[in-house]
Design a binder for this molecule. Structure first.
Ligand SMILES: Cc1ncc(COP(=O)(O)O)c(C=O)c1O
Length: 507
């Protein structure tokens, strides 16, 4: 199906369908939907809340009224009335032959004409008004931890090793052998046997995602991501000309908490035939969720069955924060790799030194079959040719002492997460604030779809945050904001009263 040939939805046109929700999927999604009152109203409200939260994205065909009634154990009259109410509220349309399809009650994002690129980078973080004191600003939109104390010594050792490389030209399109070997060792240790020739070093994970997008995608292709997701990945996929469609990741808190719905992923893959699926499997940015072992195996089966390339972005994977029984996390709390035993040629892994070590290093990597890496090396020839050599050597040194670096990093982030979570729970009691088990951010639930207005009000108060819809390819998650906890605790303490003032203004 060529989705570009379909119209954006309006009152009269049939919206494109990106996926089907099965009756069993609806039961999982809706959980304990009937809290009281008329059943049809409660069901419509639960469906509407799921659309607003992004767990039931627009362009999803709902089960038929009869199927949903049977799955939920209610009468057909209830489901018919619920769908009618959902339509009246502007969250669904129905057409004979195409069933009931979810939509957002506002103009849909513009679907580009065939071959035209969607505009990238239109997910800005609201900024304070001109003339505001920027030195006083607290930026909770960037997930950027400070450098660890071991960084300087790693650079010093890298400088000592540098003379061995000075007789070469310094260009290593696949990466410096010492770093390729160190990354391969870490992948193997985590459970995916890897040889150095299966590793290509990049200039950060962002560069890796952009290279993969530029290599695998053409302007008419579809790419899937989780929704919400890491916004600059969506931008890279769009920059390669792809149409990006989201598969929902439910937040880890609240009554509708459910695992990532691989069935829905497969339904979307079957329907849209994407060339690439981009996932953040571990301590997902922004929800903090990790795929379970069964979900990982199911994703690999989807990749192999449909021959679609799944890119697993492991930038955050080492950032486990909680161990069993309340103790600090260690390597045992890092989830198993999505690539599993590494046998699937369709699963490609992206890694990074930015969050485990430091963003200023600008070093990342791709783990894939050597033939794929050769293609990527050709693509990068027109972009950056190779990554800086000294930084590669420094990262190889840091990987040698990674246990020590990560112990400090996890303790620092755990303290900052706990500071932010405690302050939010105290000063914004109406919000839902779960402490993520890993990663760099809190995905706070506002309880109302006011994220954009709140982010603007927070900027006026001197705090930068990401509104949920800017982290989704489809404008969902309007009731969520992302707050990073990488700034120091004093800044976090300073920010929360400002957030409370901003919330009081918009709510
Ligand atoms: C999931 C994810 N991938 C990639 C990146 C960017 O990584 P890098 O600094 O290595 O380019 C980020 C940064 O926040 C991220 O959260």
């Amino acid at each position: 199906m060529d989705i570009h040939s379909q119209s954006a939805h309006t009152g009269l046109m049939t919206p494109p369908v990106h996926r089907h929700l099965s009756p069993a999927g609806a039961v999982r999604l809706l959980g304990g939907w009937h809290a009281g009152g008329p059943a049809y109203g409660a069901l419509a409200d639960a469906l509407r809340a799921a659309v607003l939260a992004g767990t039931l994205p627009p362009h999803t065909r709902l089960p038929s009224e009869r199927e949903l009634a049977a799955a939920l154990g209610v009468s057909r009259t209830t489901t018919t009335a619920a769908y009618r109410r959902l339509r009246d509220l502007g969250f669904a349309t129905s057409r004979t032959g195409s069933g009931t399809v979810t939509v957002l009650p506002r103009p849909a994002p513009v679907v580009p004409a065939a071959g035209r690129r969607e505009r990238a980078g239109d997910a800005p973080v609201p900024q304070p008004p001109p003339g505001a004191d920027r030195a006083d600003l607290v930026d909770l939109s960037q997930a950027t931890p400070p450098a660890p104390p071991q960084l300087h010594a790693a650079y010093a050792r890298a400088l000592e090793a540098l003379p061995d490389y000075l007789a070469s030209g310094g260009y290593e399109p696949l990466g410096v052998p010492a770093l390729r070997a160190a990354v391969a060792r870490r992948c193997t240790e985590r459970g995916t046997p890897t040889t150095p020739d299966e590793v290509l070093v990049t200039t950060g994970a962002q560069h890796a995602v952009a290279l993969l997008a530029g290599t695998f995608l053409s302007p008419r292709d579809v790419a899937l991501t989780q929704s919400p997701t890491y916004a600059h990945a969506v931008q890279a996929l769009r920059d390669a000309g792809a149409r990006v469609v989201g598969v929902p990741v439910p937040p880890a808190d609240g009554p509708r908490a459910a695992p990532f719905d691989v069935e829905l992923l497969e339904s979307t893959v079957r329907r849209l035939r994407p060339r690439l699926v981009y996932l953040v499997p571990d301590f997902h940015n922004p929800t903090g969720r990790s795929l379970g072992p069964e979900e990982r195996a199911a994703v690999r089966r989807v990749a192999d069955r449909h021959g679609v390339t799944v890119v697993a972005d492991e930038t955050l994977s080492e950032l486990a924060l909680d161990g069993a029984g309340g103790r600090a996390a260690d390597d045992g709390d890092v989830p198993p790799p999505l690539a599993g035993d590494g046998a699937s040629p369709h699963v490609v892994t992206v890694g990074s030194a930015s969050k485990a070590f430091w963003g200023g290093l600008r070093i990342g990597w791709v783990r894939a079959h050597p033939d794929v890496l050769a293609q990527l090396a050709r693509t990068r020839a027109a972009v950056d040719i190779a990554s800086p050599l000294l930084e590669q050597l420094a990262v190889a040194e840091l990987l040698d002492v990674r246990a020590e670096v990560l112990a400090g990093r996890r303790a620092l982030l755990r303290e900052r997460r706990d500071t932010l979570v405690a302050a939010l729970r105290e000063q914004l009691p109406g919000w839902t604030v779960a402490a993520p088990p890993g990663g760099l951010c809190v995905w706070a639930g506002l309880g109302r779809p006011l994220a954009q207005a709140f982010a603007a009000a927070a900027a006026a108060e001197g705090v930068l945050v990401n509104a949920g819809p800017t982290l989704t390819p489809d404008g969902g998650s309007a009731d969520r904001v992302r707050l990073t906890f990488t700034r120091d605790p004093a800044d976090l303490e300073r920010a929360v009263p400002r957030l409370a003032r901003a919330w009081a203004r918009v709510s």
